[in-house]
Design a protein around this ligand. Structure first.
Ligand code: G3H
Ligand code: 13P
Ligand code: NA
Ligand code: ZN
Length: 328
């Protein structure tokens, strides 16, 4: 059944767990997420980015999610629009049937330039007003994703701020967060704590100075009733990195957000954990390995089935680690 983000996250808060929110672009990703959720009995958040709409086309993306609802009627599914850059984008998603939208007012409409606080409050508040009148939830964002190691937003495919960010911009301020939630009435708040989108988050396994889980605790202490969201939360599995590179790939050494750190965040109010890169890596690694080991195969179903299997393992692992398994 289609449910709003608010319904899912309220239940998660009451029961002390977190939910992975996986990005979807194609049928194999949607299937992997649903197969895993069905196997472990977890609620689901499927999220589509602007890039996903561009890749699949809005009707295909929408119908893939509707197909998931039809195939798994017993699993609660939230259909969430990731990183809306303007109220107009969010409005279109509400019209096309999304049960939740993210208004990312931390950046201007170009999705690159950090905005002012007042702009963020104003655009987010506007989206909340229309969304709530249709029963749709809203996620806002305060602070800019970026690397505390380098000061770069660090997103290789153009999602996120451009150029250098200050230390302050990359760490959400608890007082400002309280004011933001009060003024906008968002259902969930994405915070900046040193993570960034994509595979290249950290050049070494992260420690507290570059992954600020302490900051999550400070924000949660100030606004205990607000559902917090961690973006850029792929763990960049070292085993998949090795498989990709062993079978003809060339990814540089890099580290993500350890699952144990996410679990710490969940103890402090994190309820939604955005993951895209990990499924991309499992998919690519599975396909590279299959094609290298089955050089005569030319049936795409065989390597896409491997990709689905690789992604399913990751999804199951996250549902179990974040505590959403058994909660559907
Ligand atoms: O927001 C970042 C997600 O990883 C989506 O990436 O825009 O390439 O689909 P994308
Ligand atoms: P990753 O790039 O770490 O998977 O993060 C995805 C994300 O935050 C989507 O909004
Ligand atoms: Na989002
Ligand atoms: Zn994100």
């Amino acid at each position: 059944a289609l449910v709003s983000l608010r319904q899912l996250l309220d239940h998660a808060a009451e029961n002390g767990y977190g939910l992975p929110a996986f990005n979807v672009n194609n049928m194999e990703q949607v299937k992997a997420i649903m197969i895993a959720a069905d196997a472990v009995d977890s609620p689901v958040i499927l999220q589509g980015s602007a890039g996903a709409r561009k890749y699949a086309g809005e009707p295909f993306l929408r119908h893939l999610i509707l197909a998931a609802l039809e195939a798994y009627p017993h699993i609660p599914v939230c259909m969430h629009q990731d990183h809306g850059t303007s109220p107009a984008v969010c409005q279109r998603s509400i019209q096309s049937g999304f049960s939740s939208v993210m208004m990312d007012g931390s950046l201007m409409e170009d999705g690159k330039t950090p905005s002012t606080y007042d702009y963020n409050v104003e655009t987010t508040r506007k989206v909340v007003e229309t969304a709530h009148s249709c029963g749709v939830s809203v996620e806002g964002e305060l602070g800019c994703l970026g690397s505390l190691e380098t000061g770069e937003a660090g997103e290789e495919d153009g999602v996120g701020a451009e150029g250098k960010l200050t230390h302050d911009q990359m760490l959400t301020d608890p007082e400002e967060a309280a004011d933001f939630v009060k003024k906008t009435q968002v259902d969930a708040l994405a915070i900046a704590i040193g993570t960034s989108h994509g595979a290249y988050k950290f050049t070494r396994p992260p420690t507290g100075d570059i992954l600020a889980i302490e900051r999550v605790k400070e924000i949660h202490a100030r606004i205990p009733d607000t559902h917090l969201v961690m973006h850029g939360s792929s763990s960049v599995p070292q085993d998949w990195l090795k498989i990709i590179n062993d079978f003809g790939g060339d990814m540089g050494q890099t580290y993500g957000v350890p699952v144990e750190e996410i679990v710490e965040g969940i103890k402090s109010g994190v309820r939604k954990v955005n993951i895209d890169t990990d499924l991309r890596m499992a998919s690519t690694g599975s396909i590279r390995r299959h094609l290298a080991q089955n050089t005569s195969n030319f049936d795409p179903r065989k390597y896409f089935a491997e990709a689905t299997k690789g992604m399913t393992e990751i999804c199951k692992n996250r549902y179990e680690a974040f505590g959403s398994a058994g909660q559907a």
